[in-house]
Design a protein around this ligand. Structure first.
Ligand SMILES: [Fe+2]
Length: 251
């Protein structure tokens, strides 16, 4: 048996339809949802990995939830640097899983909060580290996937790598000590990456709106199109994964 996850990230939705970095973020969000609907059946869980909103408005979170419900699957989310946690936590619906520790077959999914108020970089607090260590020690599933907003491994863009998780070495040490951790997924970098370190797969996804150019020294947009990541978590602990992008920015 396998578990199918969808990662959708960095949607940057706003109170009303807006163009940000040359992309209409509402329109591209729905184009990515259309693509997911056409490509993936039997979704076990949709994971929103932060920067759900660009302006922190209640309406932007409601727009996200209304869109996700087109997929007819359970969903959960975690905050990014653009999100307002207190607003986000007030928005929910019957398909949303509010737990940050989710059991799916042979897998446990752990959601971490790496956002720091009014900062673009991330940090995993002592409380978050303890939460993760406790869950890793007590969960009964043989395999674990960790999700957070900020990236843990460098993506080799000079400007972006200054905006990672500031205590990434501490978090990486915990993860590498736990053999059941098989994967880590994040957003924030607005580009696809797939790296393996100490047997753990570190994955990022394209944004559902604008993209950042890989390998850039300074902030630079990429002309790649919006997309999402799919993950098939296998019963033996392996992960099949890939990304998919829309094929027309006007759609
Ligand atoms: Fe973002």
């Amino acid at each position: 048996m396998q578990t199918t996850l969808i990662q959708i990230t960095d949607c940057h939705l706003t109170r009303s339809e807006e163009v940000i970095q040359r992309v209409n973020t509402l329109r591209s969000y729905h184009s990515v949802l259309d693509l997911i609907k056409s490509e993936i059946q039997d979704i076990s869980l949709v994971l929103g990995t932060g920067d759900i909103s660009h302006d922190g408005s209640k309406e932007s979170y409601q727009t996200f939830i209304e869109g996700i419900n087109r997929l007819g699957a359970p969903h959960c989310w975690l905050p990014g640097n653009h999100d307002l946690v207190e607003v986000m936590n007030d928005q929910s619906d019957s398909n949303m899983l509010v737990s940050r520790s989710i059991s799916l077959g042979n897998w446990r999914i752990l959601l971490l909060d790496s956002h720091v108020e009014n900062k673009v970089y991330g940090l995993v607090s002592d409380t978050e580290l303890s939460f993760m260590e406790n869950e890793l020690a007590s969960c009964t599933e043989p395999f674990v996937l960790v999700a957070l907003h900020h990236h843990l491994l460098p993506v080799h863009s000079v400007w972006m790598d200054q905006l990672d998780v500031k205590n990434s070495s501490e978090l990486l040490m915990c993860l590498k000590k736990a053999p059941r951790v098989k994967g880590v997924v994040y957003g924030h970098v607005h580009q696809e990456t797939d790296q393996t370190e100490a047997g753990i797969r570190f994955l990022s996804s394209p944004s559902s709106c604008f993209q950042f150019r890989p390998g850039s020294l300074e902030f630079e947009l990429d002309d790649k199109l919006p997309g999402y990541r799919w993950l098939k978590l296998k019963a033996d602990g392996s992960i099949d994964t890939g990304i998919s992008r829309i094929n027309d920015s006007r759609s």
